[in-house]
Design a protein around this ligand. Structure first.
Ligand code: KG4
Ligand code: ZN
Length: 336
């Protein structure tokens, strides 16, 4: 079964073609990084307009890459949420148009669930697993009993971990999106120089809070009670130690809560997904501290992409045994 996957939840447009949920025949991604960089974050209206511009050319590229024609497609899978509503509407309506025009079934999938499925595209994991979704929009621990069968264990109560990386990067005057720049800068920094404290949520041992950590970084680099736009009071050398210390504390918190949750819920493995799982320091730290088997997404499947949408769409369609209706709605918030 050839599945066409469409992704437009935030600032990446993705068009992929995946056979039987596993074999990636095409994986086209157009990043909008340059569009949003000068604003230091994603501008939703610009994101929607950019998706609109690039979907059709990307589709042609994907068909060329997979060496198939549009009529060979058996199913159209699209991310229907969670995400920016305008951006989602562009992808969803593109999917509906293709479905109606070609007479092929449509299936809407959850983007967060797809981040976890990304790992299962090239590995058979031991279940139940602890799913760790770490991206610019999400930070969640989930008990994964099977594909499509999850239980939410904990999530962030304020900023997502990737969002905290991006905001700290902005404070350190690094380009957007800041996660990879923090990782790079931290390579030559001392992770133990500034003993920041991770955020805790009273009564929720598996939940996260990154906004306090971010504020502590702000006060350190710009002075007590400083505003975001105030000048830096630290040296270029200090910046490296701030990046390394922030990264170390955020990841240690994530690893400690993941391990605790895995133990509590009897998980046999850990599966990770989302843009932050691209971080090599995180992979090394997890490997040092965690005894359970760890599964990371393959290259090209950490950040937002449509291959994970097509892959998951295949399983969702087989389970559901019917197409989603053409009045399927986009959901800016979408529980699993
Ligand atoms: O999964 P993703 O592409 O989009 C969302 O669904 O949110 O994740 C993007 C996030 C951004 O916050 C980016 O800074 C972060 O992933 N990220 C990283 C790294 N690469 C991307 N964070 C830390 N280290 C990295 N190497
Ligand atoms: Zn994502």
């Amino acid at each position: 079964m050839f599945v066409l996957g469409l992704e437009s939840t935030c600032d990446e447009t993705g068009v992929s073609i995946v056979r039987d949920g596993k074999t990636i025949l095409a994986n086209q991604v157009a990043s909008q990084m340059q569009v949003h960089e000068r604003y230091g974050g994603v501008v939703p209206e610009l994101a929607s307009r950019h998706h609109l511009d690039v979907f059709v050319p990307l589709l042609h590229e994907a068909l060329k890459e997979a060496s198939i024609s549009l009529h060979d497609i058996d199913l159209i899978a699209v991310a229907r949420g969670p995400g920016l509503i305008g951006a989602l509407l562009v992808g969803l309506n593109f999917a509906k148009g293709l479905s109606f025009g070609l007479g092929k079934p449509l299936i809407g999938v959850n983007h967060v669930e797809a981040h976890l499925y990304a790992v299962m595209m090239n590995a058979s994991v031991e279940l139940p697993a602890l799913g760790v979704v770490i991206s610019g929009g999400h930070t969640a621990l989930l008990l994964v009993k099977d594909i499509g069968n999850y239980q939410l264990i904990g999530q962030t109560h304020d900023d997502a971990i990737g969002e905290a990386f991006d905001k700290v990067a902005t404070l350190l005057q690094l380009p957007y999106p800041g996660g990879p720049h923090i990782e790079k800068l931290a390579e030559s920094g001392d992770p133990h120089r500034f003993p920041f404290k991770p955020g805790t949520v009273k009564g929720h041992p598996f939940s996260f809070s990154f906004s306090g950590l971010k504020t502590r970084v702000l006060y350190l680099v710009k002075g007590q009670n400083a505003g975001k736009t105030d000048a830096l009071i630290i040296s270029e050398e200090d910046k490296k130690d701030v990046a390394a210390s922030f990264q170390y504390v955020a990841f240690s918190d994530l690893i400690q809560k993941s391990q605790l949750a895995a133990q509590e819920f009897g998980c046999k493995s850990l599966i990770l997904g989302g843009g932050v799982s691209n971080n090599q320091y995180l992979r090394n730290l997890f490997a040092q501290k965690c005894e359970l088997p760890l599964y990371w997404p393959a290259k090209g499947l950490c950040l937002d992409n449509a291959a994970m949408i097509a892959g998951l769409g295949y399983h969702t369609y087989l389970r559901q045994q019917q197409s989603d209706p053409l009045d399927l709605e986009a959901l800016s918030r979408m529980p699993l």
